[in-house]
Ligand binder design. Structure first.
Ligand code: BGC
Length: 258
């Protein structure tokens, strides 16, 4: 795996699903990790303790911050700097979905999805980039999107719109920040065994048709996405910016089953 020794990695939504896997993988790669959370403080606290107790010179910090609020994002960044002196990698991972169509989505649900998925990523990128510049050094922003940053997901419209927005955030911010040595990349998972997919995981018929639509024949495990995040965060990906790395088992190219 790529090396993140000496780097500080902040992960929004870091105590659940793909975010928790990225925290673990980044710590295993040698990074100090900042675990943002908004629910289940006990899980964030447990992760912090276990990672601190694990071998290695790196440390973990759990921070309670609601990423849909810019003031909380700033608090998250400040906590990382106070604890570790700097931020090197910022992972915009927190996300929700409501599984509603354009016809069915109420205003409040649309606003919530956009605030948690897209607004948080926009201002997370802004705050991280300002910190990188203040440190006088390079930095990496990783936007955890989805195959649905590009591929429509009928019945989950606000979510797909938010991920499409993150795709353009990645490209736009990468163009603006590249000259300052800051890379902005997307990481696009397909179907992953995380709480966001609990409804599918609990339904054998849905699982069968999902598996049949994926060329590799199965959902991903969160650590399979996290390994790609560590690569993108590291100097091994030094020439990657303004693009998305899809880790999807081929789902976007999947067959119609004909
Ligand atoms: C969504 C899942 C979906 C997967 C593949 C993800 O972004 O969160 O609900 O199963 O994409 O379509």
């Amino acid at each position: 795996m790529s090396d993140l020794t000496g780097k500080t990695v902040v992960v929004t939504g870091g105590n659940s699903g793909i975010g928790a896997a990225i925290v673990d993988a980044a710590a295993a790669a040698g990074a100090n990790v900042v675990i943002d959370y908004v629910a289940h403080p006990e899980i964030a606290g447990q992760m912090e303790q276990q990672l601190d107790a694990a071998a290695g010179h790196n440390e973990a910090l759990a921070v309670d911050a609601d990423v849909s609020r810019v003031a909380d994002l700033q608090k998250l960044c400040d906590a990382a700097v106070t604890e570790f002196g700097r931020v090197d990698v910022w992972v915009n991972n927190a996300g929700i979905e409501t599984r509603q169509s354009v016809l069915d989505t109420p205003e409040a649900d649309f606003d919530r999805v956009i605030a948690i998925n897209l607004k948080s990523a926009f201002f997370g990128t802004q705050i991280a980039a300002r910190q990188f510049i203040a440190q006088g050094g390079p930095g990496v922003v990783i936007n955890v999107t989805s195959v649905h940053e590009d591929w429509p997901m009928p019945g989950n419209s606000a979510y797909a719109v938010s991920k499409g927005g993150m795709r353009m955030l990645t490209r736009n911010a990468a163009c603006e920040l590249g000259p300052k040595g800051i890379r902005v990349v997307g990481l696009g998972p397909g179907a992953v065994a995380t709480p966001i997919n609990q409804g599918t995981l609990d339904d054998p018929a849905k699982m069968r048709s999902l598996d049949a639509a994926i060329p590799l024949g199965r959902m991903a495990q969160p650590d399979e996405i996290a390994k790609a995040a560590v690569f993108l965060a590291s100097d091994d990906a030094a020439y990657m910016t303004a693009t998305t790395l899809f880790v999807d088992g081929g789902i976007m190219m999947g067959s119609l089953g004909l």
